[in-house]
Design a protein. Structure first.
Lengths: 221, 221
């Protein structure tokens, strides 16, 4: 049991160390010896867990996906209204992209031609999530009558993915204020006049603080 | 004179060949020997023009920037109304990202950590262009009274950069129809009711066809 715990912990440390290397140097230039050193383990320990650099990258993307799904599930659980839950999720995604190197690396690997064999999994997942939440909002009757849901999905997904791409060089794009500005712009043309006053473009503090991440910078707009 | 012409043509061929390699394999894995072979010249000829791979990448980004500035200037010249010119420019950008490997490579290099020393130049240029066009639209009096220009710049830049990132794996994100959907969504909350009927979310055909690029797929929504 303790042995397995230690193995899990080592695997986790290797994933974090690999994520740091991928973000810093890109996938192609990251070296396994630096990944194992960064995790404080031997090259042999790395090879016990991962047979190749591609396998490490897969694990990083898998872990990023898990973190995002967990955060989305939590927002959905705490927030009964689908449209507000989508706003909250986008803020949690922004927060993870600012603060979590595994999520940063996962998105970066998604558009690195030297790393991607399987395509853009995280982009796909986010697209599906946005689509699902807007479908739920529609069935709650809170989308305005003229709303073309297809166009809306395009705008929300492209803007959030764009903030991620811009945020790599300049973290201010991922601040809570950028996403708040986006939703402040969008919500009046998305929601019915009845639903609008109850919606917070800056995200619901209770949901965001419950996401279990360090909240530095999160509680200030 | 003819010698200089040939040198210019070789340099141009090297830039296109490098762009193809960067898009296909990423910067870190692209090899100079493949770049020169792809341009049909010797390794020596490559070294006559460029002293390193970083210098080739700089030239690719420079050329991508030049193409974008040229297209933007042309749209601005043909289109007196700033807001429509911005719509037209976004369509031209989408078209260049679909069809021109140098522009594709330029944007990709902008977010490849193994290639970027100088930051995200093309993103910056696009941001400045959007900002300038919206300022011009404001002084033409066609922005609605409640429009927060800062929020609007954030939405337009992030959505267009996001379409670029998504378009790398799935070109349908860069189709004219995606950008049309974006503007169809945006324009009613951007423009005054007086200006709105005169605006085409699908871009002005005359301006787009004058951009001097192959127009396949461009004239159909």
């Amino acid at each position: 049991m303790r042995k397995q715990e230690r193995a899990t912990r080592t695997r986790h440390a290797l994933i974090r160390s690999a994520a740091r290397q991928f973000v810093r140097q890109g996938y192609a230039q990251a070296r396994l010896v630096e990944i194992s050193a960064g995790a404080g383990v031997s090259a042999g320990a790395l090879h016990f867990h991962f047979e190749s650099k591609a396998a490490v990258a897969d694990a990083v993307r898998g872990e990023a996906g898990r973190l995002l799904r967990e955060a989305a599930a939590l927002a959905r659980e705490r927030q009964p209204r689908a449209l507000q839950a989508l706003v909250d999720m986008s803020h949690i995604l922004g927060q993870l992209l600012r603060e979590d190197v595994v999520v940063q690396a996962g998105y970066q690997l998604d558009c690195d031609p030297s790393a991607t064999a399987g395509g853009a999994e995280l982009h796909e997942e986010w697209l599906e999530c946005v689509d699902r939440m807007l479908a739920a909002a529609a069935s709650e009757g809170v989308l305005g009558p003229g709303v073309d849901r297809g166009d809306l999905v395009t705008v929300v997904v492209s803007a959030t993915i764009g903030l991620e791409a811009l945020g790599r060089h300049d973290g201010t794009w991922l601040l809570r204020s950028s996403l708040t500005g986006f939703w402040r712009w969008m919500l009046p043309s998305v929601a019915t006049p009845q639903a609008l006053p109850g919606l917070c473009p800056q995200g619901d503090d209770l949901v965001l603080s419950a996401s279990g991440r360090p909240v530095a910078g999160l509680m200030t707009p």
